[in-house]
Write a protein that binds this ligand. Structure first.
Ligand SMILES: Cc1cc2nc3c(=O)[nH]c(=O)nc-3n(C[C@H](O)[C@H](O)[C@H](O)COP(=O)(O)OP(=O)(O)OC[C@H]3O[C@@H](n4cnc5c(N)ncnc54)[C@H](O)[C@@H]3O)c2cc1C
Length: 334
């Protein structure tokens, strides 16, 4: 076990903090061994693409690299694939596309590991992990017992699951099983710029590989590459509000983008709200809001987590003041 290790290479925001103890694990066996060390608190780190470190981390940081992708069951039209939680999400997507398995191509290029994906029910371009999720296996940290969570058990919501609520910090996800289509794929090109990009690529009848490629193109052109500019993608969730609040906003901003949800609420893009408050592309010290997407906070180099959190707080305050809406961080602030 290593001690006093810099976490700079292990988080996409590029924040330089230290872990008191640090261990990389590649199997459930090694995970159990690390748990038996008794060092607490315990922080599981996947790709570090959804965490903002605001101080050194006490206790043990376990870097998860549990490997393995295998077809667990085969049906006529679909397969169940069990994936080690330390597998890089996009590598799994590429594996699925190469093998002709559909369902996750719209989530191409989302950074991070398979094991972290259910925690905030990752999603992009109209698809969320809950749409293809069968079950996961997780070790309870306190007892070392292995539990299975079904789709229903996970209580998935928008960027939300039981692992951000009651089960927060209590389990280590070891593997996740997905249900992917083998034929009659549900091609979903209705969201964002996918259709436009496919047209530009000269694709009339898109395959899952075409969709994956289009998504990679769109994401590469819009989002900052964390290996160049430190960031965690969307810093805030898109807020859900009432029609009354929406109407008040529409009075002064008739073209405000919004989406009506089945439960009667309305979703307003957080990026738009932040932009209207003048933050888009604005730099504050070593941090700022990304010039192409206000929702992404970035590290220009050398920023610390407290600086980023201070900027996030200022943005929250100004959106609240202008629109009466409280933004919630999507990123885990530690
Ligand atoms: C450029 C960019 C674009 C992004 N785009 C999207 C997007 O389109 N959609 C989207 O949903 N997200 C997006 N994200 C956010 C991020 O990619 C996801 O949240 C991803 O699932 C995080 O995975 P990770 O392995 O990096 O998790 P980490 O950041 O390492 O961990 C996140 C949280 O999960 C916990 N955790 C991690 N692994 C485990 C485990 N095995 N068991 C228990 N707890 C665990 C950690 O303790 C931490 O609390 C983006 C991020 C970036 C940098």
């Amino acid at each position: 076990m290593k001690s006093n290790i810099s976490l700079l290479p292990f988080n996409t925001f590029g924040i330089d903090v230290k872990a008191e103890y640090f261990e990389e694990i590649t199997s459930t066996f090694e995970l159990k061994k690390a748990l038996r060390s008794g060092i607490r608190p315990l922080l599981i780190l996947g790709g570090g693409s959804n965490v903002l470190f605001t101080s050194d981390v006490k206790g043990l940081v376990v870097k998860n690299a549990i490997a393995g992708i295998k077809v667990a069951r085969s049906f006529t039209n679909k397969v169940w694939v069990e994936v080690g939680s330390g597998v890089v999400w996009h590598e799994f997507v590429l594996w699925a596309v190469k093998n002709g398995y559909g369902g996750i191509e719209n989530m191409s290029l989302i950074p991070g590991t398979v094991g972290a994906a259910p925690i905030q029910n990752i999603g992009a371009y109209g698809v969320e992990i809950k749409d293809v999720f069968v079950r996961l296996k997780a070790l309870e940290i306190e007892t070392g017992k292995l539990y299975t969570f079904t789709n229903k058990d996970c209580r998935f919501g928008y960027r939300d699951s039981i692992f951000k609520r009651e089960a927060k910090g209590k389990f280590v996800i070891c593997s996740v099983t997905f249900s992917l289509t083998r034929q009659a794929h549900q091609i979903n090109v209705s969201y964002g710029d996918i259709q436009k990009t496919l047209e530009q690529n000269g694709v009339k009848e898109p395959t899952i590989a075409d969709v994956s490629q289009a998504v990679v193109q769109i994401r590469t052109s819009k989002l900052p590459d964390p290996s160049v500019i430190g960031n965690c993608g969307s810093f805030f969730k898109n807020p859900e509000t009432t029609t009354d609040v929406l109407e008040a906003i529409l009075k002064n901003n008739p073209t405000a983008p919004h989406y009506h949800l089945p439960d009667g609420k309305v979703k307003i893009p957080a990026g738009w709200l932040i932009e209207q408050c003048g933050w888009k592309g604005k730099r504050v010290g070593n941090t700022g809001s990304y010039e192409k997407q206000a929702l992404v906070l970035i590290n220009y180099g050398g920023a610390n987590g407290k600086e980023v959190r201070a900027l996030a707080d200022q943005i929250i305050d100004s959106v609240k003041l202008k629109f009466g809406i409280s933004l919630e961080p999507e990123v885990n602030i530690l």
